[in-house]
Design a protein around this ligand. Structure first.
Ligand SMILES: [Zn+2]
Length: 587
């Protein structure tokens, strides 16, 4: 049963508080102080109780996980409005917090329940943020992993006693599945994400690696990826304020997620993290959401890690509430920018000439002999803390840029790709009749295929391509996607074959990398001979190649292939020896 609360506003912009109720608030006994993390059932039960008691809270199901359990969305909205369109029309921002994507790193699961209680119970005025902000929480994202619990998963953490596993029921890492969306969880997430269109997104984790004095470490998206005004605000205001407040107003401290110029050596310089779109933050950035991945440090006690995550969520929500107008305006402008820009950066490389100062507090690293294996190991000596300003290399340069075509065209055979485009809000048109269209096709001249499976796929990398304008046969029902949409970043990153997170890179088009049309060795020699006799220029080129290229001279098959490739191509290209998605440059 839902108790109705009177939400009172004392003057505009003043303190918000909830009216009293005759019923007692739900009894939710979080145990993070006792080094224990709520399991999946306890977590959902807690949110159900909050939703039943507070009219400002709602718990709904949005799709399913790969084990068939529902994916939940919990929301807290000051005037009990849970419709994202209506929330935005009222001028409020939406913050989405996702927990337990790596179920062995459960800090955010407990932290989000605690923060929800604090806000709903208006502890220390925590409900003030609701005037401008709506909270949306995914209680547990990797439900499959959270059902599979053990003390021995995500080892070397200082608590909790028991936690879930990293991968999901398909044994894939959901934090590599945001764009390829092979799991039901990722497909459910995509629907949820586009339903909310959150202004800010937080994905909560725990990390290992170098030990230091900070409890919290942070991966904000590379700010250069965002449209310029939005990126500038993100870097100089939002992220800077979060470092400032976490370091001055909490005992935990926060530093950048530790990646270093020289392995393990923070003094050599920290580097920003190039969060490709297959990571949560990279995915959210494609849609002009302000994204953060929080990574508490494994060596700090679990209760402290939960508290630092609560503080981060609280402070970012407060910042969002304080800067509500600007955040909304910047995002609206960014969406227009993305819709109309023609140039897209698909990959980045670290600029080693640019850095900013970061005041770091570490522990000296020393070498020691392992009493177990006898090998030399690095230990961080807590008796030797150090503090110093280090260089933070947080600027990346574009390393792969493309000029977008007017549209892409995808033959309908590539259902898996088309379905994922639809899930991500991409608008598409279907050809009304069979048509021959002038397009730019992309030939894949060479590539590397991964030797081992990666996230269930055989990855393609280091491809080299060439393009040609041709007339190509398409059929009724083939899909045209114009590059003039909110989803432009997703469209270009996924369809440009050389992009690191593209469908091509993930192996969706691997069948096109097998041979299609071929010549028969039995009869082609005759035709090859005729070709050479009838074309003196070709004969000369052929003889020169044999004279200058030893390998070619000793490879009859390569010689026949060369001659086959010289055959005049049909005016209309129909074969499958090129990348199936083509570019269109005319309306
Ligand atoms: Zn993680």
């Amino acid at each position: 049963m839902k108790t109705l609360f009177a939400l009172a506003l004392i003057m505009s912009g003043a303190v918000v508080f909830f009216g009293c109720s005759t019923a007692t608030p739900p009894d939710i006994n979080l145990r993070y102080d006792q080094n224990q993390s709520f399991d999946y059932y306890e977590t959902i039960d807690a949110y159900q109780k909050l939703s039943d008691y507070y009219s400002e809270a709602s718990l709904i199901e949005m799709g399913i996980s790969d084990t068939g359990k529902p994916l939940h969305l919990f929301m807290i909205s000051g005037n009990s409005d849970f419709d994202p369109v209506s929330i935005k029309a009222k001028g409020k921002t939406i913050i989405l917090i996702m927990n337990g994507i790596h179920a062995g790193e459960p800090v955010g699961i407990d932290a989000s329940i605690q923060y929800a209680i604090d806000v709903l119970d208006n502890r220390d005025g925590a409900a003030n943020v609701l005037e401008n902000t709506v909270l949306a929480i995914i209680p547990v994202y990797n439900i499959d992993g959270s059902l599979n619990r053990s003390p021995y998963f995500r080892m070397n953490q200082d608590g909790p006693e028991v936690k879930g596993s990293r991968r999901n029921a398909l044994n894939i890492d959901l934090n590599r599945d945001f764009v390829k969306q092979d799991s039901r969880a990722s497909k459910s997430f995509a629907s949820l994400f586009h339903y909310l269109d959150p202004d800010i997104f937080i994905d909560t984790h725990t990390t290992n690696g170098a030990d230091h004095q900070f409890t919290m470490t942070l991966i904000p998206t590379l700010y250069q990826k965002l449209p310029p005004a939005m990126g500038e605000f993100f870097h100089k205001e939002m992220v800077a304020t979060m470092y400032e407040r976490m370091n001055s107003e909490t005992p935990w401290g926060m530093c950048p997620y530790v990646q270093t110029i020289r392995r393990g050596d923070v003094r050599s310089g920290l580097t920003g993290f190039n969060d490709h779109p297959y990571f949560s933050s990279g995915y959210a950035a494609l849609f002009n959401t302000f994204p953060f991945i929080t990574e508490t440090l494994v060596y700090k006690p679990f209760p402290d890690r939960v508290r630092s995550t609560i503080d981060f969520i609280r402070m970012l929500t407060e910042f969002s509430s304080e800067n509500n107008e600007q955040i909304r305006t910047l995002r609206a402008d960014a969406k227009q920018y993305t819709k109309h820009t023609r140039e897209f950066v698909l990959d980045w490389s670290l600029d080693r000439s640019r850095h900013e100062p970061f005041y770091f507090r570490g522990y000296e690293m020393e070498e020691s002999l392992s009493p177990v294996t006898g090998r030399t190991i690095n230990i961080f000596n807590h008796d030797k803390p150090w503090e110093d300003t280090v260089a933070f290399y947080n600027y990346y340069l574009p390393s792969l840029k493309v000029e977008a075509p007017t549209a892409y065209i995808i033959p309908q055979a590539w259902d898996d790709v088309i379905n994922r485009m639809e899930l991500n809000g991409v608008k598409m048109n279907r050809l009304q009749q069979d048509s021959i269209i002038e397009v730019e096709i992309i030939f894949i001249d060479s590539f590397q295929a991964s030797q081992r499976p990666n996230q269930g796929r055989q990855l393609i990398s280091q491809a080299t391509t060439r393009t040609r304008m041709v007339k190509r046969q398409f059929y009724q029902g083939d899909v045209i996607i114009y590059v003039n949409q909110d989803s432009n970043n997703y469209i270009v990153h996924m369809l440009e074959p050389l992009a690191p997170a593209s469908f091509f890179s993930w192996g969706f088009f691997n069948s096109t990398l097998e041979d299609g049309e071929w010549f028969s060795l039995y009869s082609f020699e005759n035709l090859a001979y005729e070709m050479l006799m009838n074309n003196p220029a070709l004969l000369e080129t052929f003889e020169n190649m044999k004279a200058s290229d030893h390998d070619f001279a000793n490879d009859p098959l390569a010689q026949l292939q060369f001659l086959y490739d010289q055959l005049p191509q049909s005016d209309v290209v129909t074969s499958a020896d090129f990348y199936p998605v083509s570019r269109i440059y005319h309306p």
